[in-house]
Design a protein around this ligand. Structure first.
Ligand SMILES: *Cc1c(COP(=O)(O)O)cnc(C)c1O
Length: 448
């Protein structure tokens, strides 16, 4: 039987029904995940919620295109349209971040970091980065990573009592270590990062500076956090944390064409980045992700996006001050960004980060356990939790809802009965009451 040729419109409109028809099991799991997201409170600082337009680009035919290299210089035929897709994504990324160079090919934020390291370092070179247990990220040279194996990684720390970056101490350490690269940016740090200061430190020891703004990229785009673009030689970010598709991007500001010799090759910095992307670290680009990044970067130029970034911070500040008033040990007693870090250790005997995560989730409030700087608990238990406000803010919640959420979190953590490191008991009526209130909030502020 000859199949009828679908119109372009019918082809694209029918994508999701094709999945439903062909694979009911996967369709059912995706539907369940949708219901979980709709029916529970998402307070994970490392997550966001992309638009349906971004989802559509991710599920589109450009994903079929194979190519290698960059627009205008590909190794496969038929690339003229995906060349335009990538050029558009690059132009919009540059506009969003005020950058001179953008590379939209990295498959992830971790991959973007790996590309920069591969571009400018020789085996055995020294890197100075924030320790993983200090709020850093595995892709900054963690033990067990490729970077950890091939480079000499030295960690800097946050201050033991203030939990703030101590720039004088970092400077002293840089002078001692003489790194080829300094990395800044964090997964668990609630105060502003002084990129200018980091650049001064890097310059004083002749190091490159890489700013990884994965967590705060949305705030940077909208001016709610200062931008590293012209201070750092390289800026990297994941694209899902600020609210786009999964993936990464590498940006460069005023130093993008600095002539630099690495491995005997004398070229502008941006060319080293291109070559390290392909064939250095990655193979073919994911054009569906690149198309989705283009859609997302356009969204970030809207007033709605910019205003929302300030609301995200306002909401996080509200959670922090409420919980602090309730007697929780909120790190640095507040926040300047989208996340709140809480040390559970002294709140109630036997309450740990893991237990807090589990009993909150039992009441449909989804948060992360996290190891805080100088955490005394093992990594599998942790002393802290991390809350984040990007998703609840995206769905329209404001400070009044943050008050309700703080009260719900407190009701659970104050009343849960801790049996041991693995077991707890929540009174059935409390669980139902919290779940009901969560449901009311979720129904009032559905996914957008
Ligand atoms: C989340 C995060 C990344 C990793 O991004 P992936 O796309 O998940 O690989 C890198 N750096 C920092 C600081 C992060 O918080």
């Amino acid at each position: 039987m000859l199949l009828e040729k679908l119109s372009s419109q019918a082809y694209h409109d029918g994508i999701f029904s094709a999945l439903k028809e062909q694979d009911s099991r996967v369709y059912e799991l995706i539907t369940k995940e949708y219901e979980r997201l709709q029916g529970t409170l998402q307070l994970i600082a490392a997550e966001n919620q992309c638009s349906r337009a971004v989802l559509a680009a991710l599920g589109s035919v450009v994903q079929n295109k194979t190519s290698e290299g960059f627009p205008g210089a590909r190794y496969h035929g038929g690339c003229e349209i995906v060349d335009d897709v990538e050029r558009l994504a690059v132009a919009r990324a540059k506009e969003a971040f005020g950058a001179r160079y953008a590379n939209v090919q990295p498959h992830s934020g971790s991959g973007a970091n790996q590309i920069v390291l591969a571009a400018i370092l020789d085996r055995g070179d020294k890197v100075l980065s924030l320790g993983l247990e200090q709020g850093g990220h595995p892709s900054h040279g963690g033990a067990g990573t490729l970077a950890g194996k091939f480079f000499k990684i030295e960690s800097y720390f946050v201050d033991k009592t203030s939990f703030l970056l101590d720039y004088d101490a970092i400077r002293e350490q840089a002078v001692k270590v003489r790194p080829r690269l300094i990395m800044c940016g964090a997964s668990a740090y609630v105060r502003k990062i002084d990129f200018k200061r980091f650049r001064e430190i890097a310059d004083s020891v002749g190091a490159y500076l890489l700013a990884d703004i994965s967590h705060i990229a949305g705030l940077v785009i909208s001016g709610a956090h200062s931008s590293p673009i012209d201070y750092a030689h390289f800026t990297t970010t994941s694209t899902y944390k600020p609210g786009g598709p999964r993936g990464g991007v590498i940006l460069m500001g005023k130093d993008y064409d600095l002539q630099t010799k690495v491995w005997g090759r004398d070229m502008p910095l941006w060319r080293h980045i291109q070559d390290a992307t392909f064939p250095g670290v990655q193979g073919t680009p994911y054009f569906n992700h690149i198309a989705a990044k283009a859609v997302f970067f356009k969204e970030t130029l809207s007033d709605e996006y910019k205003v929302r970034q300030f609301k995200i911070i306002e909401n996080a500040k509200r959670l922090a001050s409420n919980l602090s008033d309730f007697g929780y040990d909120v790190l640095t007693r507040g926040t300047d960004n989208h996340m709140v870090l809480i040390n559970m250790e002294d709140f109630r005997e036997a309450l740990t980060g893991t237990m807090a995560q589990r009993c909150l989730e039992d009441c449909n409030i989804v948060v992360d356990m996290i190891r805080l700087p100088y955490d005394k608990k093992p990594a599998s238990i942790t002393g802290g939790i991390r809350l984040g406000t990007p998703i609840v803010t995206k769905n329209g919640m404001g400070t009044a809802e943050m008050d309700s959420i703080s009260a719900l979190i407190d009701a659970v953590l104050r009343k849960v009965k801790i049996i041991n490191d693995r077991e707890y008991e929540i009174d059935e009526s409390l669980r139902n009451e919290v779940r009901d209130k969560v449901k009311q909030l979720c129904d009032k502020f559905p996914m957008r």
